[in-house]
Design a protein around this ligand. Structure first.
Ligand SMILES: [Zn+2]
Length: 371
């Protein structure tokens, strides 16, 4: 606990230095309080859990994170909704998990999750939303002495952090090399630089006795182990160089859902998403490891210009902010299609209500004109 208190003080010092407005000091929020400072649950949310409900060692640490449960009027109709609160496990309704914020420098993913939390209702099942899966990645900018930036969007202050967990908040030093857990088990030789051990999307399925990042992954994996879970969606963004922008990524066994969703996106919204089939080189990735558990799982990637190297003539983060509404809209359209097609594949009818009908609607929301 002392470690965390000490590190909280460091974050607070950053806030004092970097935030000129004394009104909110958004950079001072740590752990779950960061999420509570950024979003306001709407009527579709009927309960809120924490990741520590699934891995208790996260409790009272900056790694704990709110888990919003959205469902229909029949409270607790989905498996994830009921698996912990009273010990009963209702399995009559399907549950889909939506994760965002594994990488805290991908704001359209986090905002899409906030749209769900604030504005959506779910019919025929349960949606379990974790808008910031790795909150400590939002506590720094990716450089040792760099505080995170804050995007001001209407009345919302949104933290723009980094791809990796803040090492000051991590319980273990980086190893020399990081070997994704499943790779170690399979005996293959996928070896990554040591700092990738702080990349939440390289440490699945996680480890309840490992680093805090690995424990966070374990909490999410445990959450997805609940009966009745029919799918999981991990929202991300990418720079141009990665070649992943506007891509749906999944294992071959779930490609039918991705194909059907991509067709929907093209026909209904004139949005072109590429498809990418994963292989064992994706060991440690969320969708690969969750899929190995039999849970249809997908990565959704939109394009974030701020993840491209900046040039002298262009403020990439400013450009990224200008494009946010279109990216959030694309994330939500993809999510809608994936949920619908996952439900159909498992013989269920599950529908999201309250999604935006156009980019302008998202822009108005970002401007703070509708709540
Ligand atoms: Zn990402």
């Amino acid at each position: 606990m002392r470690m965390f208190l000490h590190k909280h003080v460091r974050v607070l010092v950053f806030a004092a230095v970097l935030i000129s407005s004394p009104a909110l000091e958004p950079s001072s929020f740590v752990g779950p309080d960061l999420v509570w400072s950024e979003t306001w649950p709407g009527p579709g949310v009927f309960s809120v859990r924490l990741l520590s409900d699934y891995e208790v060692s996260l409790l009272h640490t900056p790694f704990d994170a709110p888990v919003f449960v959205l469902g229909a009027s029949e409270k607790g109709s989905g498996a994830l909704a009921d698996s912990l609160s009273d010990g009963t496990r209702h399995v009559e309704g399907p549950s889909v998990a939506v994760l965002a914020g594994a990488h805290a420098n991908e704001p359209a993913a986090v905002l899409a999750a906030y749209w769900l939390v604030e504005r959506c209702r779910v019919e025929g099942g349960t949606l379990v939303v974790v808008p910031r899966a790795n909150i400590p990645a939002a506590h720094w900018s990716g450089t040792p002495d760099g505080a995170p930036l804050t995007l001001t969007l209407g009345g919302r202050s949104l933290r723009y952090g980094a791809r990796f967990t803040d090492p000051v908040l991590e319980s273990l030093p980086d190893p020399l090399w990081h070997v994704p857990p499943a790779t170690a088990l399979s005996g293959k030789s996928l070896v990554l630089p040591g700092f990738e051990a702080r990349n939440l999307n390289r440490v699945y399925s996680g480890d309840p006795t490992g680093s805090m990042t690995a424990r966070t992954a374990w909490a999410i994996t445990s959450m997805l182990s609940s009966p009745g879970v029919i799918g999981a969606i991990d929202l991300h963004e990418a720079g141009r160089k990665s070649g992943l922008a506007y891509t749906l990524i999944t294992r071959s066994e779930f490609m039918d859902v991705a194909v059907a969703t991509a067709l929907d996106l093209e026909i209904r919204y004139d949005l072109t998403f590429r498809l990418e089939r994963s292989d064992s080189s994706h060991a440690g990735y969320s969708h690969w490891e969750w899929g190995s558990m039999g849970v249809p799982s997908f990565l959704v990637e939109t394009y974030n210009p701020a993840q491209d190297p900046a040039t002298d003539s262009q403020d990439m983060l400013e450009l990224a902010t200008q494009q946010l509404a279109a990216r959030v809209f694309a994330q939500l359209c993809a999510l809608d299609g994936l949920v619908r097609h996952m439900a159909e594949t498992s013989g269920q009818m599950m529908r999201l209500e309250g999604l935006p009908s156009c980019v302008d609607e998202v822009q108005t929301w970002l401007n703070g004109s509708i709540l």
